[in-house]
Design a protein around this ligand. Sequence first.
Ligand SMILES: [Zn+2]
Length: 276
Amino acid sequence: MKYFLNLQVFIFSAAVIFAESRTGELNSSSSDIWPKGKTCAVSLSYDDGLPVHYDIVVPTLNKHGIRATFYLSIRHLESFEKWKEISKTGHELGNHSLFHPCRGSEGYETWLAEYYDLRQYTPGRFKDELYVANQFIDLLDGGKPRTYGNNCTNLTIGSGDEEVPMDPILEELFVAARGAITNRPVDPLAPAFTRLGHFSGDGKTFEQIREEIEEARSTGGWIIYMFHGIGSDSHNLYIEEKEHQKLIEWLHQERKSIWTAPVVDVASYIKKKELN
Ligand SMILES: [Zn+2]
């Protein structure tokens, strides 16, 4: 049984690696996949369910008609009502686990409890945690399809001989999931749905982000951003408010050619296209 399971994991990983290896070479026909007139897709994801997201991010996005993904870590939410309201305005409430487990690493001991170290998790425990977080978010958004925003960009559970990829669990529970920071847009013709490569937006200026999006626009890719705080008092990882504001204004201005949408919307769109 164990051999069979390992073989399954191997085949799954090999398929994922094959799909990923193609993401660097976007096909010139990639842009044909997008809705009419659009040349690329952008998804903005904000992690951890911070108060600054409903105080600053959501009002800015709503003012410019932009929809995004918010990856909620249930244990850390300060208001359930606010997130309920946000889900009604077209934003995705994504899963960022119940307790924000991560693979322990240097410096993590200041905030990561030993018992939430993913190196000590079993696949069953991890799956149950994500499943219950999904049930909780169902109560907030009425049970919409959603994606998983990986904690600490981790891709595996357990350690040593017991270390296994999360992909089979993510495939079962979600439309798609964010993967590693690859600094490459996702190729919509060969997406690795359980580990979508992404960019970090933390610490960047609007100009830096615009250049990255222009690059995705030239190849027809799907560029996914991970953000945390807005301003230095909101999180140790953050973008300055004025840079974020400029980005949202620009995405609004470019809306006829850049499709900005939640991760779940773009992933569902590509999956539907694949069936046709
Ligand atoms: Zn997080």
